[in-house]
Design a protein around this ligand. Structure first.
Ligand code: GLC
Ligand code: MG
Length: 253
């Protein structure tokens, strides 16, 4: 039994999940802010963006200040009020990650175009490749990384973005880390997303899930084939879909 009156940990992707419908966002912000003030609910943003692109987004939309900020596809974690990212998380991701070798292998695939410099971060190497080319190139890239004994994972989102990360780090692993930090159970945690890099949150984490109505095919496919009853597919888009899901799970009333 869920209780709308008790705190929960709210973890959401930004682009096309929290952000995308300004009216619904304003309504959701108001409800979450009130729940945080009254019940101590914890607000977490988990985005593929780097700090640079997150700051850019803040100039474009009104967002609440989160209690935790997870950047670069789960590989960087900031707590509110801290100027530096979590060292524990850096230490956890560091073993066996050799970014220079990862980039050298990726560069040997001409079909991969590097993303801007701001998105190339300590534990993330990012490229763009279109959906059709990806079908042949991604399996080859995976084989090349494995043959070089690089302990990595590749995550493909929105039929364009390719991220190469350490095996241990993704948005799902970051959820588990934060649950431990905050002491929040899976029952009182909810994750929200729209695309490929969010699948790890729905999969790895003990949490309820909200897939927004505008979700990309790769996440819809995951929902159709692998989702459990703990995951809710909303009709409404973006923040409207989140509100719908929070009511469905009775996190809000
Ligand atoms: C964001 C990041 C980009 C990443 C994408 C998918 O757009 O800026 O680097 O590839 O999310 O994870
Ligand atoms: Mg998104």
């Amino acid at each position: 039994m869920s209780q709308p009156q008790s705190p929960f940990m709210f973890i959401t992707d930004l682009d096309h999940t929290l952000v995308g419908d300004n009216n619904a966002l304003a309504e959701l912000n108001q409800q979450l802010q009130q729940h945080r003030q009254t019940h101590g609910t914890v607000i977490v943003y988990s985005t593929g963006r780097s700090l640079t692109l997150y700051r850019q987004l803040l100039t474009e939309v009104d967002l609440l200040e989160p209690d935790f900020l997870v950047l670069s596809v789960g590989t960087v974690i900031y707590s509110k009020g801290s100027e530096t990212p979590s060292q524990d998380w850096i230490d956890y991701l560091s073993p066996d990650w050799d970014r220079t070798k990862v980039v050298a292998i990726a560069q040997s695939f001409p079909a991969l175009t590097p993303q801007p410099e701001s998105e190339q971060t300590q534990f993330k190497a990012s490229y763009v490749i279109d959906g059709e080319a990806a079908q042949t190139v991604l399996p080859q890239l995976e084989t090349a990384l494995r043959t070089a004994q690089l302990d990595t994972q590749i995550i493909y989102s929105s039929a364009q973005d390719l991220d190469i990360l350490p095996r241990r780090g993704n948005k799902g692993a970051a959820v588990a880390f934060l649950q431990e930090q905050v002491g929040m159970s899976g029952d009182r945690t909810v994750v929200c997303g729209d695309s490929g890099n969010d699948i790890a949150m729905f999969e790895a984490a003990a949490a309820k899930g909200i897939v927004v109505g505008n979700a990309k095919p790769e996440l819809r496919g995951w929902y159709t084939n692998q989702a459990t009853a703990e995951t809710y597919l909303a009709d409404a888009h973006c923040a409207g879909g989140i509100l719908e899901g929070l009511l469905h799970f009775k996190f809000l009333d």
